[in-house]
Design a protein around this ligand. Structure first.
Ligand code: PXG
Length: 289
């Protein structure tokens, strides 16, 4: 595997950053996770736009123009002959001194890893996930906006660990008010009486690209979608629940905090959405070759 760091390519064993990089010292930086399907990069522009927005929000200057970063991303995939895989792109604050001020970091570090993807087990999709709500609340938007896809994922990691401690395969995190925010690395949708509901971004969710795609697919199927604040109760009494994310794609949840969702199996709308998403990912994207 050839990994891009600041304009150069390195073998995996030589792809290293400084221990003085503020991405490591403080989680100071931003990232994106992007999928490659059949030699095409899915929603590349959308991911790059979100990366630049995340960087702007934390006053981090990406040392490449949009077009330069886009070209570098495509080249990283080409060099690795990536047909189906996963791109992890990071922009860290760069190397500085031990103090937390970014003033000591003259230049951001850009890393592009274009790798094979470890998919979730097939049965997660056919049988659905057991999900638990996490005791740890999602980071408050007033503390650090969940719209910023930052390198500081400790809050999400805590959620993930707590879900596992409950015997669940994924976790749903609530915000400080107790309303549903999102999964540890995915957005949440609830189907009730034929309408899809998903929490608004201000409830503490990332503006997921898969979330947007799911909303558009639903609209195309004539399924109404509404952004409303949701409570745990809404998950308990839902007809169907699914999660959306670049890694997970669209994945059914069939149990929440010990209660079966609907009849405890992936529902028909969720399955239709999964099929439509699979069709879309294989039919569009920025060509690598
Ligand atoms: N919420 C959070 C906190 C995320 O990190 C999503 C929602 C879904 O967003 P997208 O744009 O992907 O639909 C994410 C995305 C990983 C990984 O390696 C995590 C994400 C994406 C890709 C890989 O765990 N999170």
């Amino acid at each position: 595997m050839q990994i891009y760091i600041d304009g150069q390519y390195f073998d995996e064993a030589d792809a290293k950053v400084s221990v003085f990089d503020h991405g490591l010292l403080y989680g100071d930086g931003v990232f994106e996770g992007i999928r490659v399907y059949s030699g095409r990069i899915f929603k590349l522009d959308e991911h790059l736009e979100r990366l630049y927005d995340s960087a702007k929000a934390i006053l981090l200057k990406v040392p490449l123009s949009f077009d330069e970063l886009k070209a570098a991303t495509i080249e990283a995939c080409r060099r690795n002959k990536l047909k189906d895989g996963y791109i992890r792109m990071l922009v860290t604050r760069g190397k500085g001194s031990l103090g937390l001020s970014p003033d000591s970091c003259p230049r951001a570090t850009v890393i592009i890893i274009a790798a094979e993807i470890e998919l979730y087990p097939r049965e997660y999709y056919t049988k659905g996930l057991r999900v638990a709500t996490a005791p740890t609340r999602r980071t408050a938007p007033a503390a650090l906006s969940p719209s910023v896809k930052s390198l500081n994922y400790l809050n999400n990691v805590m959620g993930k660990i707590e879900g596992k401690l409950c015997g669940a395969q994924e976790v749903i995190m609530l915000n400080e008010q107790g309303y549903v925010a999102e999964g540890s690395g995915d957005n949440v949708f609830v189907l009730k009486k034929g309408t899809l509901f998903t929490p608004p971004i201000f409830a503490g969710a990332l503006g997921g690209i898969t979330r947007r795609v799911a909303m558009d697919l639903a609209a195309g199927m004539g399924i109404p979608v509404s952004e409303v604040t949701l409570m745990r109760y809404d998950l308990f009494v839902a007809d169907e629940v699914f999660l959306t994310g670049t890694g997970a794609e669209i994945i059914p949840a069939v149990e929440i905090d010990g209660r079966p969702i609907g009849d405890g199996t992936p529902g028909p709308i969720t399955r239709r959405m999964m099929e439509a998403y699979a069709k879309l990912t294989r039919g569009e994207g920025t060509p690598i070759f």
